[in-house]
Design a protein. Sequence first.
Length: 644
Amino acid sequence: MQNLLNPKPNDEIDLREIFIVLWAYKLFIATTCALCILLSGYYALNKKKIYTSSAIFKLSRDNNISIPGQLSSLSSLIGVGNNIDTSSTLDRIKGRVFIEEIDTKLNFKLDPYFNTYDPNPVDPIWKDLIKRAIGWQKSSIDLQEAVWQNIVATYSKNIGLNKTKDGSLEIIVTHEKPKRAAEIANVIMDEIIINKKIQINDSANEHLSYLSSTLAKALSELEISQSKLKEFTLENSALPLESFAVVTLQLDAFREQLNRTVELYDAVAELSLMLKKNATSQDDYHALRQTFPIVDQVEFRRIFGQNEIINSWSWPEASSVDAVFDTLLDRKNRLQSQISVAQSNAARSSLTLDTYAKLQRNAKVAEATYTVLIEQVKAQSMIAGYKPDNSIIFEYASPSINPSAPNRNLILALGAALGLCLGSTLSLILSSFRGVYYSKNSLKIGSQARLSASMRSLLPLRDKSLNNVISFLKKKQCSVLIDIAVGINKSTASQVVVTSTRAKLASVDVARAIACYMQSDSVNIAIIDFSTRVKKKKIDGEILFDNSFIVSENVDNISILRLENNLSGIEFLSRRNFWKNIKSLNSKYDLVFLSADNNNAISLLNALEGQRLFHITLARTKKTKSSTLLLIRSLLPIQGLLHD
């Protein structure tokens, strides 16, 4: 058969061909669906029923007083303030610790739905034999631990917690007993609410205790910092910043005097050097002014008793210059000593100022911390005795009336879908193994015939005699015979081969119909059937022709020939002079129709391979195998195809 998914020469999947194949196996697919539905129904009826119960509630939240403004920011820095518990409830209720807590109320060990552990399992015979053969020794285990692990595993599968859009919690419990499911859901809900209350109370108490101890520590730190500040004030000055300012101002004044003295000292030193060199010209004076501008200042002129007018300059005596030089050197040394002393005093004042600032800062921080904590302690003390329960129960779990599992409608739907898929898959597999054509289109493509038509109009001619066929054709015109006759005449072949591969009509029936349609006074036609199913009829006045054939039926110019001496078609085909005897018929007949069915058709085509003949094949969808049609086409090209 041609590729079911690719009946065309290209690589595209032909969905139409697939649908035709599935439609051909519709009864098989329907039977498969019905069987799967019956099995799924049996499964749904015998599967253990599971019931689901749910409880809906909202947990209480911690009650902490908010601290507004700057106190809130400061409290967050020291780790004090609002704290909301956001622990995961789901992780807790599925933990083993929680399961062991509620086991005292629910007793999971005696519940066969949760405790499915078998301490003495019986192995299958094959498994027991293998263990004995390999010398397997069963290791000892802790029975209590095995039971608890089994309970925890079953509990995790049957307990669920969902969070609704408004923040509520929904506990979902499944069990084979509806009352037991409702009981477990309510116990878990109550246990969660109780544990939340205990957690809130413990948190409040721990918070208050922490605040009290922290407040005492802050008060102690405040007293210590204030005491240190007081002691420093008594030992030193209460105004360290002002003392430091006075010392630094004095140091700046000394440095200014030193800079002025250094300028005068340098200018006098240069003047003394010029006098020793006797460089006392006007140009030398201008060079001195340019290098030391202080020469033109009043202070410099007064030292030497010079006129204060700039344009008036007279060179002083060398002795007076040396005296001034010595005086300035003494002043310079004295100022440097005073600056060193002032720097030492400023360093001591800065250390004192740093210590005072640190003590003052610590005192302010301790005071602010104490203020925040005292307010927190007051607030927490107020709410310590009032702890409202904000937990809200919206719905208690009640025994379910209808089971939540199995969902019979869903199981039946899945069974039907499985049956459809299984039936379709098996149908495609069976169609592939059968290797037949399921559509007329694929049949035409497989035959590669130039002429194809339906044989439906020829079905009434099955097993009819020549007279009956002629009478039928006179009453009803068959267009398929017109096309076939035109094709035969165009081919100019004198032999026409008609083969049938499991078609509704035998090849000889089609040969008779074509011969009756084409016969005329000027055309003689002979028909030979090589099928082994041909019944040997007793004929009055048997006519021998060429010592090989007998005319069993003759109407007008049409003769039905059969082999003499009851010779079978296969035996005749094996003769060396087979084709010579066939061609000898053309001396009397214008057209010779050779017909054969199924295996006999293959034998006939093997004998006729390589001859120039007009070949007509009868094929039937769902019956004709692709391998058979391919073999027929390879032996003798097909010019005409008649299909159902």
